[in-house]
Design a protein around this ligand. Structure first.
Ligand code: BTN
Length: 261
C-alpha cells in the first residue's frame, strides 16, 4: 500500500483529479447520479472526462437498484471511454477488464477481492464495488460511459437497510483511506489497461480472470431483462463470456446479463 493512501484527505473541493488520456475531471459536491450527469452532458464532455461526486442523492446500480452513496465516504464516478477502432464484440470486455484492474488496485491496498462475472467486486461475498456501463453514439462515434461505485470509507450502519451483503475497504482494513489518492491511482491503472485492451483484446486478461475464483460450481441465476436462467457456473470462455450449465447439463455461453449467486 502506498503511504499517501493513508494520508489525511483534502476537502473534496480541492481535489486534483486527472481524467483519462489527458482529459479533465468534473467535480460535483452533490448530484443525483454521476451516471445521469454524464448522460445529460455527454455532448459537452470530451472523451476521457471523469465525473466525480462527493455524494449522490439518487445513485443507481444495475436493474434500477439503489447505490448507497453517503457524502464524503466513498468513490462515485463515471468515465467516458472512446471506443473508436474497438470491435463491437469487445465492448463488454471493457467493464470486465476494468473490474480486474480495480481488483488489482485493491489488492495493492491490502484487500483481496473476487470478481464475480461480469464485473462485481466481492470480498467474502460482500459487495465492495459495482460498475454500470452504458453505450452511446455521438456523431456515429461509440462512447462507453462507465460508472464505478467503490465503497472506501463507509461504515456498517450505512448498509443497515440493504438486503444484500456490502462492505467497504475501511471496514476490512480498519483504516480510513485517502479517496483522492486512490481515485488517481485507479484512473492511471484503468488508462493503462484500456490501452492494453485496445491493442491486444481480452486474451492477455484471461489468465487474471481465470485466477479469480469465479465461483465455478456454484448454483446461480443469470438475469437478462425479464428472462431468468437457473443453473451452475461452469467457467469463463476465452472471450470473457460466462459458461453456464443449465439443469439439463448443457453448457451455454452467456455474453451479457447479471449473475446472482
Ligand atoms: C451495480 O453493481 O449495480 C453497479 C453500481 C454502479 C454505481 C455507480 S456509482 C457512480 C455511478 N453513478 C451511479 O448512479 N451509479 C454508478
Amino acid at each position: 500500500m502506498s503511504p499517501e493512501i493513508l494520508s489525511p484527505e483534502r476537502p473534496f473541493s480541492l481535489w486534483n483529479i486527472h481524467g483519462l488520456f489527458g482529459s479533465g475531471a468534473v467535480l460535483l459536491s452533490e448530484t443525483n447520479s454521476t451516471h445521469a450527469y454524464m448522460k445529460e452532458h455527454i455532448r459537452e464532455l470530451p472523451p476521457g472526462t471523469v465525473v466525480v461526486a462527493d455524494t449522490q442523492n439518487q445513485g443507481r446500480g444495475r436493474h434500477e437498484r439503489t447505490w448507497i452513496s453517503p457524502r464524503g465516504k466513498n468513490l462515485y464516478f463515471n468515465t467516458l471511454i472512446p471506443l473508436d477502432s474497438i470491435p463491437q464484440k469487445n465492448y463488454s470486455g471493457f467493464t470486465q477488464i476494468t473490474a480486474l484492474t480495480l481488483a488489482s488496485v485493491l489488492e495493492e491496498s491490502g484487500v483481496k477481492t473476487s470478481v464475480k462475472w461480469p464485473n462485481d467486486l466481492l470480498w467474502n461475498e460482500h459487495k465492495i464495488c459495482g460498475i454500470l456501463s452504458e453505450l452511446f453514439f455521438m456523431n456515429h462515434r461509440p462512447l462507453l460511459s462507465m460508472g464505478i461505485g467503490l465503497n472506501v470509507n463507509s461504515e456498517a450502519p450505512d448498509y443497515q437497510d440493504l438486503d444484500r451483503k456490502a462492505a467497504s475497504l475501511s471496514m476490512i482494513l480498519s483504516k480510513k483511506l485517502n479517496r483522492e489518492v486512490l481515485l488517481n491511482q485507479i484512473l492511471r491503472k484503468i488508462e493503462h489497461s484500456l490501452r492494453e485492451f485496445a491493442e491486444n483484446g481480452f486474451t492477455p486478461w484471461l489468465e487474471a480472470w481465470k485466477k479469480m475464483e469465479n465461483f465455478a460450481g456454484r448454483e446461480a441465476r443469470v438475469i437478462r431483462g425479464e428472462t431468468v436462467l437457473t443453473g451452475t457456473i461452469a467457467g469463463i470462455n476465452d472471450d470473457g463470456s460466462l459458461q453456464f450449465k443449465t439443469p439439463d447439463e448443457k453448457i451455454i455461453s452467456v455474453y451479457s446479463g447479471d449473475l446472482e449467486i
